[in-house]
Design a protein around this ligand. Structure first.
Ligand SMILES: Cc1ncc(COP(=O)(O)O)c(C=O)c1O
Length: 405
């Protein structure tokens, strides 16, 4: 009886949404109500092993005791005061981010797209301050994803996303990813910034070669352009190092962060060198909500936990185990296994959304990255047993689909 009632409630919620929420997101027919660890539960009591984590957001999983306690304590003290005033959590988080990265200063935002808008504006002002008018071109790469706002969208070369909204930010140039020679053809005196994901997420889990990042660094230095690393998805421990660019040995002038940083609360951040920060003055940029005490307190907890060497080593070790198990899956539907740490993908001969949909009946949450890539971005706290459960379920799903193909 209880279960039937809950199911009826779920249908009511789905109907309400269909009537009142703008239709931009296709969703499966259940309503999620709570989570624990790496499992989510729907209103009918079904459990789902979550290898999506709110799209690479919920790094500490669900119901983390420390994060929950800090958020509720801070909510009782101060949630928001605007950027008109000093608050301790913002200053302390900025200091921690700088101490653990190449950066000297931080500008806070509310999302990844916004952090990239900040990067675009700061690079433009920095180039103008140093070289005068006209140095406004921004170079991005094929299969990149930098966000949906009109500036970030101009740097996200997917026709489906851009076409209905043109004209977008002028001065965006797209070059082929991982092709240093092609980059050298387009990066020049007019370039103010080059933006790249060290490990592309939405575009299909493609890793930037270290030599490609090194070539971009050299080209930016040669032409006085800012190198921007978009680590919105791949940053903050996801690849087994705190920053995804670490193994390349290349440092950027600006790095954007967002998704996992505040454990599920909305945050974005643009980390910058002193040279960039020096040209930004009061009134140049701003945000009402960004860097508020609640999100920054939460982010302090998340960053401190993830930055611990043993936490990162565990992500790297589990990632290697997970990747080896994916590589051992003997399915003719899989054509490639890619990625690093707990940001992995398999390329399929069939639409990845078919597997995502099949996952629901097996109690599995999965997400695609483009049409044929199934992406795995679980909470960073998963254990070996969760990887084994995922592999066992995925194997069953793929075996059924092989027979149907
Ligand atoms: C690399 C990257 N940059 C930017 C964004 C945009 O972030 P948001 O959706 O928080 O605006 C995303 C989102 O998926 C992303 O993966």
């Amino acid at each position: 009886m209880q279960k039937i009632r809950a199911q009826l409630d779920a249908q009511h919620i789905i109907d309400l949404e269909a009537q009142y929420v703008v239709h931009t997101y296709p969703r499966p027919p259940f309503v999620l109500t709570h989570g624990e660890g790496v499992y989510l539960y729907d209103s009918a009591g079904n459990a789902y092993l979550d290898f999506v984590a709110g799209i690479a957001v919920n790094a500490l999983g669900y119901g983390d005791a420390e994060l929950t306690a800090v958020i509720s304590e801070q909510a009782g003290q101060l949630i928001h005061v605007s950027n008109l005033y000093h608050t301790a959590p913002q200053a302390e988080l900025a200091a921690r981010l700088c101490e653990r990265s190449f950066a000297d200063r931080v500008f806070f935002n509310n999302s990844g797209s916004e952090a990239n808008e900040t990067a675009i504006k700061f690079a433009r002002k920095w180039a103008r301050a140093n070289h005068g008018e006209g140095k406004t071109q921004i170079v991005a790469f094929s299969s990149a994803f930098h966000g949906r706002t009109t500036g970030a969208l101009a740097l996200t070369p997917r026709e489906k996303y851009q076409a209905p909204f043109r004209p977008l930010l002028p001065g965006a140039v797209i070059a082929p990813f991982n092709d240093a020679e092609a980059a050298a053809q387009v990066i020049g005196p007019e370039t103010c910034a080059v933006i790249v994901e060290p490990l592309q997420g939405e575009g299909g889990i493609h890793e930037a070669a270290p030599e490609f990042l090194r070539a971009l660094r050299a080209l930016c230095d040669e032409h006085g352009a800012a190198l921007i690393f978009d680590e919105v998805q791949c940053g903050v421990g996801r690849t087994g190092t705190l920053w995804a660019h670490e193994p390349s040995g290349v440092t950027p002038d600006i790095m954007t962060l967002a998704k996992p940083l505040a454990g599920g609360l909305p945050i974005g951040a643009a980390l910058v060198t002193g040279a960039i920060a020096d040209v930004i003055h009061p009134g140049d940029h701003g945000s009402t909500f960004a860097g508020g005490p609640l999100v920054c307190r939460a982010a302090g907890v998340v960053l401190d936990r993830i930055a611990q060497p043993q936490f990162l080593a565990r992500v790297a070790e589990l990632g290697a185990y997970f990747k080896a198990r994916l590589e051992a899956l003997d399915s003719p539907l899989i054509t490639d296994v890619r990625g690093r740490g707990l940001m992995l993908g398999i390329e399929l001969t069939i639409p990845a959304t078919d597997v995502v949909e099949a996952g629901y009946a097996h109690g599995l949450l999965l997400v695609n990255a483009g049409p044929n890539v199934l992406r795995f971005v679980p909470p960073l706290i998963i254990e070996k047993a969760h990887v084994d459960e995922l592999i066992e379920k995925l194997n069953r799903i793929l075996s059924t689909m092989e027979k149907q193909a």
